[in-house]
Design a protein around this ligand. Structure first.
Ligand SMILES: Cc1ncc(COP(=O)(O)O)c(C=O)c1O
Length: 381
């Protein structure tokens, strides 16, 4: 068996994510620059990317923007969400999910998550619906889709929208179908940590052409046609260079997702003998393992940060995704609840994540799995 010290020196740099751009991306971006048509307004490449992405996820429409946050913000504006409205969101997510709700002056209401998938549950969502609720916004966290059918039932019963934050879930499947065309609308991020990247970028997908049209206007200053400003908009446009990156990356996405699933499988095999809660894929789900997250047992929760430090000391790029429920951040200190999400609080106190980026070799994944096993085994003694 390889000794720990040998593993330590053979592990790569401390990288939690690493995008994979090859010569095809360089060539595609160069071609756009050479063409002299570099913006969404002057080039057809953004439209080509939108069509390719809509086709891939199985949605009628796709609207490219310059970040996942811009996608969510544009969508909320297009759905007419504003002051006094409530949007139900999970607290186990990145602030990019909830920031746009606050930017619209609406109130985020936090619903709890499933202890296995870490996705927002329909049960707690139903408990938290009020007459002010305008939308339910689950997150397909770490690439695992939320349980969309029961959430859709709750949304229909109460006449509210089901909007999906799929920023970490490009290519993920729910009951065999790719997410993106299964809800009123979905949003993606192409920031460089994601399963496919345009450096920065985002996309909205929907089957509703009118909603898509409103999103297009908001993305471009609220302009309906030249000189006719329908409403207040933004400059959320994606560049043609980003779209060119996106077209190439989309072509590599299935392979990237397969690689991430293989890496997840290697970690599970390495860790399965230990007293840990390893990622569980629900029977409805095909996860794209944006990251690999496991829970330490409750008795080790108070030592979770020491474990992460011990992993980092062995050059394992471990991270805590996410250390606190969002509502515990100072941003929420003067805002009213409900903030009771006991499963979220428990998961936040015990979660540790490992990287799954698609350029990682299987050899390195094996080593990360082996070192993580050894470090955890020491703490679990
Ligand atoms: C779940 C989630 N929502 C929203 C966002 C925001 O995306 P972006 O960073 O592209 O603005 C991210 C990305 O980091 C995310 O992971």
């Amino acid at each position: 068996m390889t000794k720990r010290s040998e593993l330590r020196t053979s592990l790569p740099e401390d990288l939690y994510f690493y995008p994979t751009f090859g010569e095809e991306e360089v060539e595609a971006v160069s071609a756009v620059i050479r063409s002299g048509r570099t913006t969404q307004l002057s080039s057809s490449v953004v439209r080509e990317f939108e069509e390719a992405f809509a086709g891939y996820v199985g949605a009628k429409e796709a609207i490219a923007v310059n970040s996942g946050t811009a996608a969510l913000h544009t969508l909320l504006i297009a759905c007419g969400i504003g002051p006094d409205d409530e949007v139900i969101v999970p607290a186990f997510t990145f602030i990019g999910t909830v920031g746009p709700v606050l930017q619209q002056g609406a109130r985020p209401v936090f619903a709890d998550i499933d202890p296995d998938s870490y996705c927002m549950t329909a049960e707690d969502t139903a408990q938290k619906i009020t007459s002010w609720t305008k939308a339910i916004m689950p997150v397909d966290i770490f690439g695992h889709p939320a349980d969309l059918d029961p959430l859709r039932d709750v949304a229909r019963e109460h006449g509210v929208l089901l909007l999906e934050d799929a920023c970490q879930a490009h290519g993920a499947r729910y009951k065999g179908a790719r997410v993106g065309g299964l809800t009123d609308a979905a949003c993606y991020s192409f920031q460089e940590s994601k399963n496919m990247s345009t450096a920065e970028g985002g996309m909205i997908t929907t089957n509703d052409p009118e909603l898509a049209e409103r999103c297009r206007e908001i993305r471009h200053q609220g302009e309906k046609e030249w000189g006719l400003i329908e409403s207040l908009g933004y400059n959320y446009r994606m560049t043609a260079m980003q779209a060119a990156l996106g077209i190439v990356q989309l072509g590599k996405l299935d392979k990237a997702n397969d690689t991430r699933r293989q890496i997840a499988n290697i970690y599970t095999n390495a860790l399965k003998g230990l007293d840990l809660q390893l990622p569980k894929e629900k029977s409805y789900a095909w996860s794209v393992f944006h990251v690999y997250s496991f829970l330490v047992p409750k008795q080790l929760a108070s030592r979770r940060d020491d474990i992460v430090q011990a992993l980092k000391a062995q050059r394992v790029p471990a991270k805590i995704d996410y250390p606190w429920p969002l509502y515990t951040s100072p941003l929420f200190k003067d805002r009213s609840g409900p903030f009771d999400c006991p499963v979220t609080e428990d998961v936040c106190s015990r979660v540790i994540s490992l990287p799954t980026y698609q350029s990682m070799s299987m050899d390195i994944a094996e080593k990360i799995g082996a070192v993580t096993h050894d470090v955890l085994a020491e703490f679990l003694k």
